[in-house]
Design a protein around this ligand. Structure first.
Ligand code: SAM
Length: 238
């Protein structure tokens, strides 16, 4: 198995963990929190539910989910430093018992099949070699009838928004990243091209087709911020 992309993701996110709780908000003109809120609002969970939050990072989505639905959320990520920041955030808000954290890879989850009532996954597909087998692995741990949710960056479809997005991601972000730290400089240079690449290989229609083929039903898609973010959700067939 080729762990090259995992290593790249680990290095990239270890290098930005210390500032992760405020920089994405700033760089997205405070849309980031809105995207997370929308994602969490698409969940359906009661207090008895156990939810898997993949790519949990510093546990932003996991904490919001746990607060909104008063349920248990298991956070999984491969970056030790993102998880360490998550641990800090959880103990600060007295939520460590409600949101246990596990270090792991989305491609190879250490959970039995049909374990979780819902699974949320954020910004993963640009970091995996094989999106299809990774999605299959994620769906494996979801209970039949459970909801799958994802949040990814997207390329705005409207021509004017697309030009502005291009100028921002290729011209402004790399410079803005440099002003924060060496780690953010790398992210600023990497982000735009990697979003374009994913959009070319897995656009909205292809992703919908993939989810349906892998057994997710009633797939719905909402573009936010002129299409700069894409939230998808659907239900695993029984
Ligand atoms: C943009 S951050 C996610 C942020 C977070 N969910 C939030 O609430 O803001 C993406 C995360 O995905 C993690 N990641 C990347 N590839 C992964 C993989 N193959 N398996 C598990 N986590 C991965 C990174 O370490 C990083 O923390």
């Amino acid at each position: 198995m080729d762990y090259h992309r995992n290593q790249h993701a680990r290095q990239l996110f270890d290098g930005i963990a210390a500032q992760y709780d405020w920089v994405p908000g700033l760089f997205s003109f405070f849309q980031y929190q809105r995207w997370r809120r929308y994602l969490v609002s698409r969940l359906q969970a009661g207090p008895d539910a156990t939810i898997l939050d993949l790519c949990t990072g510093t546990a932003g989505v996991a904490m919001q989910t746990a607060r909104t639905y008063d349920c248990r959320v298991v956070g999984v990520d491969l970056s030790p430093k993102m998880l360490s920041q998550a641990r800090h955030n959880l103990s600060r808000d007295d939520m460590a018992g409600q949101v246990p954290l596990v270090m792991g890879r989305a491609e190879d989850l250490a959970f039995a099949g049909d374990s979780f009532d819902a699974v949320s996954v954020t910004f993963l597909l640009r970091y995996v070699d094989d999106p299809e087998s990774t999605m299959l692995e994620i769906i494996r741990v979801l209970k039949p009838g459970g909801r799958l949710l994802s949040l990814e960056f997207g390329v705005p479809p409207h021509p004017i928004a697309r030009v502005l997005w291009h100028v921002y991601t290729r011209g402004v972000l790399p410079i803005a990243g440099t002003l924060v730290s060496r780690g953010w400089r790398k992210v600023g240079a990497f982000l735009g091209p990697s979003i374009t690449q994913l959009d070319k290989s897995y656009n909205e229609d292809k992703l919908r087709e993939l989810w349906l083929r892998l057994g997710i039903q009633d797939v719905q898609i909402k573009r936010l911020s002129f299409g700069g973010a894409v939230v998808m959700w659907g239900t695993k067939g029984r």
